[in-house]
Write a protein that binds this ligand. Structure first.
Ligand code: AMP
Length: 399
């Protein structure tokens, strides 16, 4: 189904391979505090090591203010990676990323060895997609592998520019899996197909709502975004999150859903609080929220309603928590939805970002079919947009 070449389609034995990975990991006092993204890239790297490729890895890390900014060096990642691969990963902490010493070390590399380059954002050309920098990266590659789904929605030198100067550009195993699930869910969903959208703002998800109304059978709108819809329907929402300028849009979407025969489901009761804090929840009887109170989570009737809507689902895409799950007293709704998804016999795809964090927090990550590693990129796909990082890859011959 994937129209782009994957690592499986490329000959990499004894070849020079450059891999764009996503090692944008949290670092505290020179130590990596969450290795999830490093683990995510291991299947691709280990495959290349075993194939005897000469592998160079490139990644950005945070937002360095200037070249060589030590706070944003990938040195701690090189350390973790060396341990995980059981070989010393070559690494040169250089503001220039690539220089004569790096090139010489690369010339001397043996098949199966791995080098990690310094933070791609040390060079201003990275975010400008500068051809000069792209050529420097391409010098390491007969084959370019993109395994950084989290950056696929951006056109930078190390993921898009570089593809102009290599023989072949293919998707790594992580990117391949992301596309299989995210694109698969959107292009050929098993039905009923239900989307759950939550999170803080309607304005962030305008295009997603519009695009999904063409694809889903049911759409659950919850979290902070629901109150704008409820207000547009005439309910009292107290001091809950409101984007008054999006009320017309909300009305349009409710009308469009009806026109398309898509069931648009909003919460019917809430756990509310006087302030945005981990207070003792007060439950409402219905959609109306008393004056001076704000909706923080969905209530039991909404949990029941959403659970019923999910009961027979065969494909579910979830983006955005249904309540303020970071506050333990208001995580109930989000947890109940996560537990429901863990139980049903459906392809469950979690769109990264906060919903992924919530699922991990509840210990349910391994019960989902797929948790995206790229919040921004998966949101773009849900919007129906093309991702420049994916578009730039080589097409499959028979696709
Ligand atoms: P997003 O980044 O748009 O997915 O938004 C995620 C954020 O939405 C999380 O930090 C949640 O705490 C927040 N959120 C969810 N429900 C509500 C709510 N009822 N009121 C305010 N914020 C909420």
């Amino acid at each position: 189904m994937l129209k782009k070449k994957s690592l499986r389609d490329a000959v990499v034995a004894a070849k020079n391979v450059l891999v764009r990975v996503d090692f944008n990991v949290p670092i505290d006092q020179g130590k990596v505090t969450d290795v999830t993204r490093i683990d995510g890239a291991l299947p691709t790297i280990e495959y290349l090591v075993e194939a005897g490729a000469k592998t160079v890895l490139a990644s950005h890390l945070g937002r360095p203010k200037q070249a060589g900014d030590p706070e944003f060096s990938l040195a701690p990642v090189a350390e973790v990676l060396s341990e995980k691969l059981g070989q010393e990963v070559l690494f040169f902490p250089k503001a220039s990323i690539v220089d004569d010493e790096v090139m010489q070390a690369w010339e001397d590399m043996k098949p199966g060895q791995v080098m990690l380059l310094e933070n791609t954002r040390y060079d201003e050309g990275e975010e400008k997609n500068d051809p000069a920098l792209a050529k420097k990266f391409a010098a390491f590659a007969d084959v370019f592998v993109d395994d950084a789904f989290g950056t696929a929605h951006r056109a930078h030198a190390s993921n898009v520019g570089v593809t102009d100067y290599v023989e072949e550009a293919v998707a790594g195993f992580l990117v391949e899996k992301e596309l299989e699930f995210l694109d698969g869910a959107l292009e050929e969903p098993k039905r009923p197909f239900v989307a759950i959208l939550g999170g803080a703002k309607v304005s962030d998800k305008i295009k997603v709502i519009k695009s999904l109304l063409d694809k889903v059978d049911k759409i659950i709108i919850s979290g902070g975004m629901a109150y704008t819809f409820l207000k547009a329907k005439g309910y009292d929402i107290g001091t809950s999150l409101l984007e008054a300028d999006q009320m017309d849009f909300a009305r349009d979407m409710m009308a469009l859903a009806e026109e398309k025969g898509v069931e648009l489901i909003l919460p019917v009761d809430f756990a509310v609080s006087q302030e945005f804090a981990n207070t003792t929840p007060i439950m409402t009887d219905d959609e109306n929220i008393p004056a001076g109170m704000m909706g923080m989570d969905i209530g039991p009737k909404s949990i029941e309603l959403f659970s019923r809507a999910l009961e027979d689902a065969k494909t579910v895409v979830w983006n955005g928590p249904v309540g303020v799950f970071e506050l333990p007293n208001y995580a109930t709704g989000t947890k109940a939805i996560a537990e429901k998804l863990a139980m049903i016999d459906a392809t469950t795809v979690i769109g990264g970002g906060d919903s992924a964090a919530a699922i991990t927090q509840f210990g349910l990550a391994d019960k989902m079919s797929h948790i995206s590693t790229g919040g921004g990129a998966s949101l773009k796909l849900l919007e129906g947009a093309k991702l420049p990082g994916i578009e730039a890859l080589s097409d499959k011959e028979n696709a």
